[in-house]
Design a protein around this ligand. Structure first.
Ligand SMILES: Nc1nc2c(ncn2[C@@H]2O[C@H](COP(=O)(O)OP(=O)(O)O)[C@@H](O)[C@H]2O)c(=O)[nH]1
Ligand SMILES: [Mg+2]
Length: 222
């Protein structure tokens, strides 16, 4: 009972900050997306692929990367000269809105077309926390098994887009693509699904197009 009350209070405090962030994003016409997956599904690999493509398109963006302890993913972004802020959550299994607000303190939000959040690898808690984002995106991979959508429905209910990554591994793993897609649609009939491989690059262009369709492009500041 006590535990329930504490959790409600934590979520309420989070939601107040999330509302403030969302208002700022609306005011600045900046899109924010929150990418959620289990560890290793390919969130950072996806950013490594789309980052240079967004640059090529002249899209202004910043990447906020959540990790419990290390800066390894941010170093991968830095190696590609992609703008990144590392968020270390310590032992916490998700990013909360307070952390997003703090990480944006030194960011010129008005100059960004899109802010991309890589959440901590976890399919449960990140789905519960509103970060003030416009859209949550659920990322699965063929290596995890086709039953994961059914086992983690909340992240699908909360998302507008589901990505199924690592399709280059389909011939090596037991993954029924149709079953997986049907499970996703059964949980959220309105969700869009994209298949892709961050290794071969197959399907990445569709996600870049999705981003282009959803942003409000701004003039670059000089
Ligand atoms: N074969 C294959 N490997 C991938 C693909 N995407 C990511 N990986 C690999 O999966 C591992 C975990 O990827 P990473 O991006 O670090 O996952 P994250 O923990 O979700 O950020 C790395 O070794 C990646 O190179 C893919 O589409 N195909
Ligand atoms: Mg990562």
């Amino acid at each position: 009972m006590t535990f329930k009350v504490i959790k409600e209070n934590i979520l309420k405090a989070n939601d107040n900050v999330a509302l403030r962030i969302r208002q700022k994003m609306t005011q600045e016409k900046t899109l924010m997306i929150n990418i959620i997956s289990s560890p290793g599904a390919g969130k950072t690999a996806l950013l490594e692929k789309i980052g240079p493509m967004l640059k090529e398109e002249g899209i202004n963006f910043i990447i906020l990367i959540g990790d419990c302890f290390t800066s390894r993913d941010a170093e991968r972004m830095d190696a590609l000269d992609l703008p990144v802020v590392q968020i270390n959550t310590g032992n916490s299994c998700h990013i909360d809105a307070q952390l997003i607000e703090k990480s944006l303190e030194d960011v010129d939000v008005s100059a960004q077309d899109i802010i991309i959040v890589e959440n901590v690898g976890n399919l449960v808690c990140p789905a519960e926390f509103d970060l003030g984002e416009n859209h949550k995106i659920a990322l699965f991979s063929t290596a995890e098994g086709d039953d994961k959508p059914l086992k983690y429905p909340l992240v699908i209910q909360e998302s507008v887009l589901a990505i199924i990554n690592k399709i280059d591994l389909l011939e090596y793993v037991n993954f029924d693509m149709e079953f997986s897609k049907q499970s996703i649609k059964q949980i959220n009939p309105n969700i869009e699904i994209l298949e892709m491989s961050c290794k071969t690059g197959q399907g990445i262009d569709k996600f870049v197009q999705w981003i282009k369709n959803n942003i409000t492009k701004k003039e670059k500041k000089v």
